[in-house]
Write a protein that binds this ligand. Structure first.
Ligand code: NDP
Length: 283
């Protein structure tokens, strides 16, 4: 039987509506949640992401500031801008769109953002909070993937969750969040011997490798929940995930499409983190 498709667009819309209620409640108290997004340079994909973040803020009635700096901006200038926004009471969430140009140390940038405004959840203090189970800002993409599981009624406790990929922004935090929800978690990487042995044993399979369609239906356990984080552009211009959707959907119990699965959730959870930062500041 073909899998149930997890509709990220619809779930994102519902989740945004819930957070808009919280944002409106803050506004009624005189606090408009504010997000500042800094972009350095001309990377076309980054520009699209930033434009979408600003658009989402408008949709939820949040204040947003979009700071576009030229590619030759010095590290010192960028750090000074971050310090200025850290001190700005209208701004509750602050992020620098990555990647930054090579002459800028991205670690220094991440650590310069106030942990109280770090809505991406990349600051070491927030990473540490996640590791210890005292999460403050869950990184947005895995946060969105968790929300998709929750909203689809897919139980996590006691399940075997396999995460393919160990990046700091997706794979590792995803594994930690699943662990926090009492899944038994396996992390696979490019060095894993016999990847299919692990994926075929997964009740929940999260794939974040950046390798188009690498997980095929024969690697999926019948009835499993498959969360495809990948976004890849094929030579014909179409988008596809890291999972071969057509074969996997015949085996899985649930599956996210690409586009329209995890993608719409990422910015939604950024909005959630921004509203939450404003709530903390207001209280
Ligand atoms: P990274 O390149 O940082 O990490 C990829 C990970 O996949 C690495 O840990 C790597 O292992 C592992 N990997 C690569 N090839 C294999 C393989 N053959 N078998 C097992 N593991 C493998 O990517 P990201 O985590 O940043 O992104 C992953 C995907 O998610 C991309 O397609 C990206 O576009 C997408 N993405 C989507 C977002 C969204 O909003 N939906 C947001 C962020 C990312 P190793 O560590 O050993 O090299």
């Amino acid at each position: 039987m073909a899998a149930q498709i997890i509709d990220g667009k619809t779930i994102a819309r519902q989740v945004r509506a819930e957070w808009k209620v919280r944002a409106d409640a803050l506004k009624a108290r005189g606090v408009t949640p504010g997000l500042a997004v800094i972009i350095v340079g001309e990377d076309p994909a980054s520009r699209v992401y930033v434009a979408n973040k600003v658009k989402a803020c408008a949709e939820l009635g949040l204040h947003s500031e979009h700071i576009a700096l030229p590619a030759d901006t010095s590290e010192a200038t960028l750090l000074a801008k971050i310090a200025e926004l850290n001190a700005n009471p209208k701004i509750h969430g602050l992020l620098v769109q990555l990647p930054v140009p090579k002459h800028i140390d991205s670690n220094k940038v991440t650590e310069a953002i106030s942990p109280d405004k770090d809505v991406d959840g990349f600051h070491q203090m927030n990473v540490g909070a996640l590791v210890t189970g005292n999460t403050r800002f869950p990184p947005c993409t895995p946060y969105g993937a968790m929300k998709l599981l929750e909203e689809s009624g897919i139980g996590i406790e006691g399940k075997h969750a396999v995460v393919v990929g160990r990046s700091n922004i997706v794979g590792k935090p995803m594994a930690l969040m699943l662990l926090q929800q009492n899944a038994t978690v396996t992390i696979c990487t490019s060095k894993t011997a016999d990847l299919a042995k692990f994926t075929r044993d997964a009740d929940i399979l999260v794939v974040a490798t950046g390798k188009p369609k690498m997980v095929t239906g024969d690697m999926v356990k019948p009835g499993a929940a498959v969360i495809d984080v990948g976004i890849n552009r094929l030579p014909d211009g179409k988008l596809c995930g890291d999972v071969d959707f057509d074969s996997a959907k015949e085996v899985a119990g649930w599956i996210t499409p690409v586009p329209g699965g995890v993608g719409p959730m990422t910015i939604t959870m950024l909005m959630a983190n921004t509203v939450q930062a404003a709530e903390r500041a207001a209280n």
